[in-house]
Design a protein around this ligand. Structure first.
Ligand code: NAP
Length: 353
């Protein structure tokens, strides 16, 4: 059983697939300019070794243009981090887009940079990309995977996630489709996003019962503000069953960077309106704690917010995005920021739900 102990394991070439997992330990530039070993964590039972911060790809084709996206990905990988999260639906919500733009940017970058062997590619299926509903039917998955592979310009997806639960399709049917994709070499591991404890347990039970591959990874929302969805029965289940957890909205869409303090600040980003619900008393309490802890370490609030998640039980790695190289430094810096027990206590208490 996975207990969280492996979280600080250093990557040492457990290669079952070639250079990416067997490559020499990644290195990150330290404050002194020297290079230090970047610690990696094992993602559940998958055998994938990832740095404890995953790059969120929903900004590609949205708030980051192609050149910026390529620069961000280059810097991310050169700093020793190695997992990139996307979905076939990103970034369909942008006027003029139809979905798939993020995968296309990543695919073009993989082709241009030649860095396929340095990264773990995570993508998702099942969101509405024109079919009009969430769809985890075998027919949809088998079609969608080929489109994702084509856009990503790769032969195999390292981790393929069901984006949202689809109560209209039995787990056994969805998992059966994934088994065929694994057998064909199109997908290496599977997981799910946005399941509650009951749904996750039902999916795990179905896998056991029908002897099908199980969801090895969960992607829930989790950050200093949004804690209740994951903490509790869902976290207990994941820890008991050895499920790797990569949590999204690490920065609460940018709120935990501290740049939004009042309604006038919402104009600071095209996504500012999505942050409005955090502007309340509890949100301000969290920002006050972040201000205090970040000042004491001489780092950014974003760095502290992500370091808090990295240190929480049951978490393999938070996912966060950045739209500039300057922002990206906070994400990279979070990986090496060690918060003292008193810092953790202060942040956890200030954000108590
Ligand atoms: N499974 C799911 O259903 C699901 C849902 C949502 C997201 N996700 C995944 O999770 C990833 C992360 O979520 P997210 O990107 O929406 O939100 P996030 O990581 O919570 O917030 C990131 C945003 O905050 C701002 N930011 C980042 N660093 C900053 C800094 N140092 N200072 C100031 N602002 C900073 C940037 O936006 P601006 O520059 O625009 O302010 C950035 O795009 C996504 O990319 C996606 O891969 C998954």
């Amino acid at each position: 059983m996975w207990t969280g102990e492996s979280r600080n394991k250093i990557a040492i070439g457990n290669s079952h697939r070639g250079p990416i997992f067997g490559h020499t330990p990644a290195y990150a530039a330290s404050d002194s300019g020297r290079e230090t070993d970047l610690q990696k964590r094992t993602l559940g039972r998958t055998g994938l070794e990832i740095a404890p911060l995953v790059f969120g790809g929903n900004v590609f084709g949205w708030t980051a243009d192609e050149k910026t996206s390529f620069d961000l990905l280059d810097r991310f990988v050169d700093a020793g981090l190695n997992a990139i999260d996307t979905a076939d639906v990103y970034s369909r919500w942008v006027p003029g887009n139809k979905g798939g733009e993020s995968e296309t940017v990543i695919g073009d970058w993989l082709k241009k940079s030649g860095k396929r062997d340095k990264v773990v590619i995570i993508t998702k299926v099942g969101s509405d990309i024109g079919q009009g509903r969430v769809d985890l039917s075998p027919t949809h998955i088998e079609k969608a995977v080929d489109a994702s592979l084509k856009r990503l310009r790769i032969d195999e997806i390292d981790l393929y996630l069901s984006h949202w639960p689809d109560p209209t399709v039995p787990h056994a049917e969805t998992l059966g489709a994934y088994r065929r994709l694994i057998e064909k070499g199109k997908v290496r591991h599977i997981g799910a996003s946005n399941l509650d404890a009951g749904q996750m347990k039902a999916a795990l039970d179905a896998a056991d019962h029908h002897k099908l591959p199980r969801y090895e990874v969960l992607q829930p929302a989790y950050n200093l503000y949004d804690r209740t969805e994951f903490e509790g029965p869902l976290r207990d289940l994941c820890m008991a069953r050895g499920i790797g957890v990569i949590s999204y909205y690490g920065l609460a869409k940018g709120f935990l960077s501290g740049k939004y303090r009042n309604k006038a600040d919402l104009g600071k980003s095209p996504r500012g309106s999505g942050v409005a619900s955090y502007l309340n008393e509890r949100g301000m309490r969290i920002l006050a704690a972040l201000d205090e802890v970040s000042a004491s370490h001489g780092v950014t609030q974003a760095q502290v917010a992500l370091a808090w998640i990295i240190a929480r039980p049951g978490i393999t790695a938070p996912i966060a995005s950045a739209t500039s190289l300057e922002q990206l430094e906070s994400l990279i810096g979070a990986v090496s920021l060690e918060l003292a027990p008193a810092d953790m206590k202060r942040l956890t208490a200030a954000s108590a739900p």
